[in-house]
Write a new protein. Structure first.
Length: 481
């Protein structure tokens, strides 16, 4: 995918009739430092595990007695799939002790060990406290996973692991050149989540354009149901539907320009149209009251309780919201509605990519063991176990044959099929985590959707944040090739 020019022209149909409210005024949002000390340490680590004997059963040469330290993010997918995978490792290497633990505070708990040069061997670097991947790569804190990718797959030794992965997964783990620094285990479909049951109550279908979306929200409002809710405390969930909406309106090159931190990228007419459309949801009272104060769990619960029709999220939501989801909910996901007929991409264009990023620190003691654990997790048996237990796809291409899929998972599979080649993959959240989450997400998009910032102000603020990052010499900068 290439970059795009900073100059844009042309009319945008319905975009021109969306009304903007009067300016409310810019606000200053405090930001937090991400991983600066974590990724800057050069202190030494303890001795690495000696290499084991390479064989057909042990292609990576794992030391069969070396301990393995594995830290998992305890989030929407839970921990059971990982504990099952650890048992597989224990079967393969019964003399090895595996120290497995799960936490939601990845950065808080692991930063000291990174600083001290004694990080775990394998980390699921996910969640609100995800360590900034771009910083880790830029500071040479991660292990190149090429040996894993070139190793034979568990199910077919004639195939390399890299040849068993879904399209785009390897590219997701690349930042600058050929090395792959991150293995994304889940395959996430991002988009607009809804209940078919709730739509049936309104005698409605999922709206494929914005006029239909507004009409449905108006109909729901008359019944006492909000159109949308979202994780107001973590508004960086909004891009899960907003970014592909922007890409659909203006083409994938608009998202590339945003990722590339190009001057004026956030001033593109497609961004303006998308921001104004989402702001219209706020203006017309189609967002669930109190949403800006809700976290991801609270917003999901309100949604499963039928208080709102639509929720921007990723495919982990089915498992994460399972406890509050009625049996007849018929959870589904769809691509963002089109804006109008002048959109560059058709309805169906969607954001889907690798999720749940696993990393092996450069100073890990047992790098071979960590990569072997990932190789085992990419077997068909482990992949099916994951899909069965957490209702989500893995990065293994296939792995669903013979499985009875839930409505949500089947909707994700159907959405990918409908998208065809129009699968979008914004990289902002991978390349510049702080910029995406704390600045653009919280400092602009959250303010926009809460009505504290107009679309014009939000665009200006996003561009200011992007320009600051582009000029920041302490950041390693990445571009679409």
């Amino acid at each position: 995918m290439g970059s795009t020019s900073a100059q844009y022209n042309g009319g945008l149909g319905r975009r021109d009739v969306i009304k903007r409210s009067a300016a409310i005024g810019l606000i200053t949002v405090p930001t937090m430092s991400f991983l600066a000390s974590c990724a800057s340490s050069d202190s030494g680590s303890g001795p690495k595990a000696e290499k084991g004997t390479t064989s057909a059963k042990n292609p990576l040469g794992v030391n069969e007695t070396a301990p393995l330290d594995f830290v998992l993010f305890d989030g929407g997918f839970g921990t059971e799939y990982a504990t099952d995978a650890v048992k597989q490792y224990g079967t393969a290497f019964p003399k090895a002790k595996v120290d497995f633990r799960a936490t939601q505070k990845i950065r808080t708990e692991l930063q000291p060990s990174f600083n001290g040069g004694t990080p775990p061997d394998l980390i699921d670097n996910s969640g609100a406290e995800q360590m900034d991947m771009g910083v880790l790569v830029g500071k040479n804190q991660l292990t190149d996973l090429t040996p894993l990718l070139d190793a034979p797959s568990v199910d077919d030794p004639a195939k390399k692991v890299r040849d068993t992965l879904r399209p785009g997964v390897l590219e997701m783990g690349q930042f600058d050149g050929d090395p792959v620094w991150v293995l994304y285990y889940a395959y996430t479909v991002y988009g607009v989540w809804y209940s078919q049951t709730e739509l049936d109550k309104l005698d409605a279908e999922y709206p494929e354009d914005w006029d239909a979306m507004l009409a449905l929200c108006a109909k729901a409002k008359k019944k006492g149901v909000a159109g949308w809710t979202y994780a107001g405390k973590y508004p960086y969930y909004l891009p899960f539907s907003l970014y592909p909406f922007i890409g659909k309106i203006g083409g994938r090159e608009v998202l590339d320009a945003i990722d590339n931190l190009e001057p004026n990228a956030w001033k593109h007419p497609a961004v303006k149209a998308a921001f104004e459309a989402y702001y219209e949801l706020y203006q017309k009272g189609y967002i669930l009251k109190g949403t800006p104060g809700l976290d991801h769990i609270q917003s999901q619960t309100a949604w499963t309780e039928g208080k709102a029709l639509f929720l921007p999220n990723g495919s982990w939501v089915e498992n994460e919201a399972a406890k509050t989801t009625p049996k007849d909910f018929q959870m589904k996901v769809a691509a963002p509605s089109s804006l109008d007929s002048s959109d560059k991409l058709p309805f169906g264009a969607i954001w889907a990519s690798g999720g749940e990023p696993f990393i092996v620190p450069a100073k890990a003691k047992n790098q071979a063991g960590a990569m072997e654990q990932l190789r085992l997790m990419l077997s068909e048996a482990s992949s099916k176990n994951f899909t069965t237990k957490v209702k989500s796809l893995t990065s293994l291409n296939g792995g669903t044959d013979g499985l009875a899929l839930s409505t949500a998972l089947q909707a994700g599979v159907d959405a990918l099929a409908k998208a065809g080649d129009n699968v979008l993959n914004p990289r902002m959240q991978d390349w510049y985590a702080e910029l995406q989450k704390q600045k653009i997400g919280t400092g602009a998009l959250g303010e926009l959707m809460a009505g504290r910032m107009t679309p014009a102000e939000a665009m200006k603020k996003c561009q200011e944040f992007a320009d600051e990052a582009a000029k920041d010499g302490s950041l390693k900068h990445y571009k679409h090739q």
